[in-house]
Design a protein around this ligand. Structure first.
Ligand code: C2E
Ligand code: MG
Ligand code: MG
Ligand code: MG
Length: 284
């Protein structure tokens, strides 16, 4: 720093604060502002029924429109939002927005579908999740059967008793529950049996390397058999090719999601997709 650059900049170089910490603080502050300014938006990724080709769901995936050009992916800000607890407010916005959108789709005449939302651990452990969800459903008029909540195995395993209690309440309301990224966490078979869930989402890492990693075929086959044996539906994530789709169909997998069907879409594009998705059905 030269002297001419003046006094005003000195705070930025407080010796106790390294660049990482500063970046973090700035990002944290910006995330808070982003929520207040309405800079978050949702993209929606279609999910199709592998028996009929019909669209059955849309997963809501958050993005941050920081300025006109930059669309920031959740991997870049969700972890910090989780650490700081801001995810609770962001998550409530996601729920509200996705439920409102799904209701709007139904009113516009789209075939009824579930909107799936990703929950973070903090939201799950808040204590008032059930209340918030109930309130948002009432406000938006969305039938609970058209809301899907996704939790990961790691969230579910943090406090098994809490998980079971909360999931039971959500399920009693008629909400659809799925376990996201299944196969990458540490749930045991006995806990899985005790979790009142509807579906397992097979993690995309298994689907991506079905042919390069021959054991993935065996894993996917077993997970589908296990899930069905427990009375659950199976959703495959990250389906990118027709070969993967056909393989999953041959194993009786119920639902598929991935770039082969569609990338996550803006609200407008998702609406279009919903209306023209019969085209997909004809391919089946
Ligand atoms: P996820 O819930 O497992 O979502 C699937 C991710 O895989 C999405 O990434 C999606 O765009 C991507 N994907 C879908 N199909 C394919 C495919 O065929 N190939 C490949 N390579 N990728 C595919 P995205 O949107 O970047 O989201 C990443 C993660 O961020 C999500 O993983 C979820 O854990 C988290 N996330 C997204 N939105 C939210 C949110 O509203 N709240 C919370 N708490 N987490 C969120
Ligand atoms: Mg998900
Ligand atoms: Mg996933
Ligand atoms: Mg995930």
């Amino acid at each position: 720093r030269t002297k001419q650059q003046g006094k005003n900049n000195y705070q930025l170089y407080a010796p106790s604060m390294n660049t990482k910490a500063l970046e973090r603080l700035t990002l944290e502050n910006n995330l808070y502002k982003a929520l207040k300014r309405g800079e978050f938006l949702l993209h929606y990724q279609p999910q199709i029924d592998l028996n009929t080709g019909q669209i059955v769901g849309m997963e809501a995936l958050i993005r941050w429109q920081r300025d006109e050009v930059e669309l920031i992916s959740p991997a870049q800000f969700i972890p910090l939002a989780e650490e700081t607890g801001l995810i609770v407010a962001i998550g409530e916005w996601v729920l509200q927005t996705a439920c409102t959108q799904n209701r709007a789709w139904q009113l516009a005449g789209l075939p009824p579908l579930r909107v799936a939302i990703n929950l973070s651990a903090c939201q799950f452990q808040q204590g008032n999740l059930v209340q918030i969800v109930r309130q948002i459903l009432q406000q938006t008029g969305l039938d609970p059967q058209y809301l899907e909540l996704e939790i990961t195995e790691s969230i579910a395993m943090q406090d098994i008793n809490l998980t079971i209690t909360v999931l039971k309440e959500l399920k009693a309301m008629g909400i659809y529950i799925s376990i996201d990224d299944f196969g990458t966490g540490y749930s045991s078979l006995s806990t899985l049996r005790d979790f009142p869930v509807d579906a397992l989402k097979i993690d995309q890492s298994f689907i991506r390397e079905l042919w390069t990693h021959s054991s993935n075929k065996a894993i996917v086959k077993s997970v589908i058999a296990l899930g069905h044996g427990l009375g659950l539906k199976l959703i495959a994530e990250g389906v990118e090719t027709t070969e993967q789709l056909q393989f999953l169909r041959s194993l009786g997998c119920d639902v598929a999601q991935g770039y082969f069907i569609s990338r996550p879409l803006s609200t407008e594009a998702a609406t279009q997709f919903g209306f023209v998705s019969q085209i997909f059905e004809q391919r089946f």
